[in-house]
Design a protein around this ligand. Structure first.
Ligand SMILES: [Zn+2]
Length: 298
């Protein structure tokens, strides 16, 4: 198996040469995934150490991505979907072929909790990473990114709204905003839709200030009829990524979709020994012979 691979993003045309994960990378990433801290940018952590060379900057301007080996892309400015695609590429290049268990390097097995079973029931779901489709950006969006220009849409009363497609830099802003709120005891649970939209927005006509707080308030004050068209415009401008995996609960047979989770075993294979212990010739030391007899008589 070659130690390097070429990843070409179907979203933006970004083309990179990468190396496989080393064990230390995988251990670090599995730890981060277990911690499940929103403040940790696990996507760029997963691809950063593996970058060797940029072969084609795709639609990105030279401020963010330079061709060659001298400097790595500015991960915070890449589209999140692009970074996600690269992480899949590194993962597939790094993974062993476990044909004994019917798992190719493209396979990923993760834990799903059934949405219907009571009491709670979890099962393992398999997905082939290459089945998740990434589609190219609309031309207008690609041009806007190349020119480092925000995209535009209209809100209620024709108000101009400028926004960018999801990128990791916005997560950083959002975490900062939420940490400040948390310090005042106001941020609980996951980021709200109004906060996510505000993080993606750079300008809203008619606001007193363009601060994150004011942008969040603007979205939070909208009613659904006003919000839906804005949201549709914003998502239409992005690249479509089918990240939903159809699952079927083996216990109740219910079918439902979940968004692909990046769990620890996405980054580090679980030990097959834990799943099916090998046959040990020696008798286990601590077993009481009487207990053993009892077990056998059942
Ligand atoms: Zn179920």
């Amino acid at each position: 198996m070659p130690k390097t691979a070429i990843i070409t993003s179907p979203i933006t045309g970004l083309k990179m040469k990468i190396r496989r994960w080393k064990l230390r990378d995988m251990e670090h990433l599995a730890e981060l995934a277990d911690a499940a801290d929103d403040g940790v940018d696990i996507l760029s952590e997963a691809v950063k150490p593996c970058w060797i060379e940029t072969l084609d900057a795709g639609i990105y301007p030279a401020e963010y991505v330079k061709v060659g080996t001298a400097s790595a892309p500015d991960w915070s400015q890449l589209l999140k979907t692009d970074v996600l695609y690269s992480v899949f590429g590194v993962r597939i290049a790094s993974w062993p072929d476990d044909s004994e268990r019917g798992m190719t390097p493209e396979h990923y097995q993760f834990d799903v909790e059934c949405k219907y079973c009571q009491p709670k029931y979890s099962f393992q779901q398999q997905v082939r990473l290459t089945q998740l489709k990434f589609l190219p950006l609309p031309k207008a969006s690609a041009e806007a990114i190349g020119a480092r220009r925000p995209l535009e849409c209209r809100g209620p009363d024709g108000k101009l709204i400028k926004f960018e497609l999801p990128k990791l830099a916005q997560d950083r802003d959002l975490v900062e905003f939420r940490n400040k709120k948390a310090a005042k005891g106001k941020a609980k649970g996951k980021a709200k839709p109004s906060e996510l939209l505000a993080a993606q927005t750079t300008f809203i006509e008619g606001l007193k200030t363009q601060s994150m707080t004011d942008r969040v308030r603007f979205f939070a004050e909208l009613d659904l009829a006003d919000l839906v068209p804005i949201r549709n415009e914003m998502s239409k401008a992005g690249s479509y990524v089918a990240q939903n995996v159809d699952c079927k609960c083996p216990k109740c047979n219910a079918t439902f979709a979940v968004k692909l989770p990046l769990q620890a075993n996405f980054f580090m294979p679980s030990d097959p020994m834990e799943e099916s212990p090998p046959e040990i010739e020696e008798a286990p030391e601590e077993q009481d012979p009487e207990e053993q007899d009892e077990e056998e008589s059942h």
